[in-house]
Design a protein around this ligand. Structure first.
Ligand code: PAF
Length: 278
């Protein structure tokens, strides 16, 4: 495994080896099993796998959230070192990717970003698209791997690649869960023990909501979820949305397997998201 802190060094080495396929796994570090599965998948498909570790400031609308985002660079490297294969880590400073002042580019993703995470985190996807485009331009991967845990992000990245005609294949990868059902996320590390013990309720609620779909409409299921969380005041429900899996627009009629249910809750100060096929 090699570690690069500057794009110029990484690209100089990359030009020497002329890998036919390069898989990119973009991350913000604090790596967990979900990330490791993305890297393993990328290793299966590619001669060289690049893992970027960079906490992107432009996708945070809250300075406290940015400051508190979990960081564990040494342990990230240890986890990656254990994997067999050709892995290069790119861990730049902001100045390697952004000029001052650090700002997001302007994109138009229409209704894909006007809902859920886009509606609740101001300019979040402008920041995500900015950094993902920069990483694609700098690293020129042939494929890039994104987890379905951030399903809306995945759709935005696909839209970005189409809009900007970036020659990279986007590979969606399934959500990885702890044995108690909680979706793996770097933010889980921020939960206190009491909240960590309660957090599996999020996925349990998604599953119970899904079981209601045979006899109930999306509107009825949404009110059931709202009522459920009113009885569990430790959770602050930000949204529960049953949406079309392509357009991400809220749906009032369930159409076969083309729907997904999305949830965002706060447990203490920690904001968690999850989603399931619906
Ligand atoms: O999913 C993430 O960790 C981030 O949003 C990403 C894709 C690495 C961009 O900063």
């Amino acid at each position: 495994m090699r570690v690069f802190y500057q794009k110029s060094e990484l690209n100089a080495s990359k030009n020497k080896i002329l890998a036919k396929s390069i898989g990119l796994v973009p991350t913000m570090g604090a790596l967990h099993k979900g990330h490791i599965m993305l890297v393993k998948r990328a290793l299966e498909d590619n001669e060289l796998v690049l893992v970027s570790i960079f906490i992107n400031p432009t996708q945070f609308d809250n300075p406290e959230d940015l400051k508190n985002y979990p960081k564990n660079f040494e342990s990230d490297l240890q986890k990656l070192k254990k994997l067999k294969g050709n892995i290069w880590v790119y861990a730049p400073k902001a100045s390697d990717l952004y000029s001052e002042p650090i700002t997001a580019k302007l994109f138009y993703f229409g209704s894909l970003e006007s809902t859920m995470e886009g509606a609740n985190r101001k300019d979040h996807f402008q920041g995500v698209a900015t950094i993902v485009q920069k990483l694609f331009e700098v690293l020129e991967p042939t494929s890039a791997y994104f987890g379905e845990k951030d399903f809306q992000q995945l759709k935005i990245v696909i839209a970005l690649v189409n809009q900007e005609k970036i020659p990279v294949k986007i590979i969606p990868c399934p959500i990885i869960r702890h044995s108690d059902g909680l979706a793996m996320s770097s933010r889980n590390k921020l939960l206190n023990p009491k909240h960590r013990a309660m957090a599996p309720i999020i996925y349990e609620t998604l599953q119970k909501a899904s079981a209601l779909k045979e006899k109930h409409s999306p509107v009825q299921i949404e009110s059931w979820v709202i009522d459920f969380f009113e009885l569990h005041p430790e959770f602050e429900l930000e949204y529960f949305t049953i949406a079309d899996a392509e357009s991400l627009q809220k749906t009032s009629i369930l159409n076969g397997t083309k729907n997904r249910a999305f949830i965002a809750v706060k447990l203490g100060h920690v904001r968690l998201i999850d989603n399931v096929k619906f």
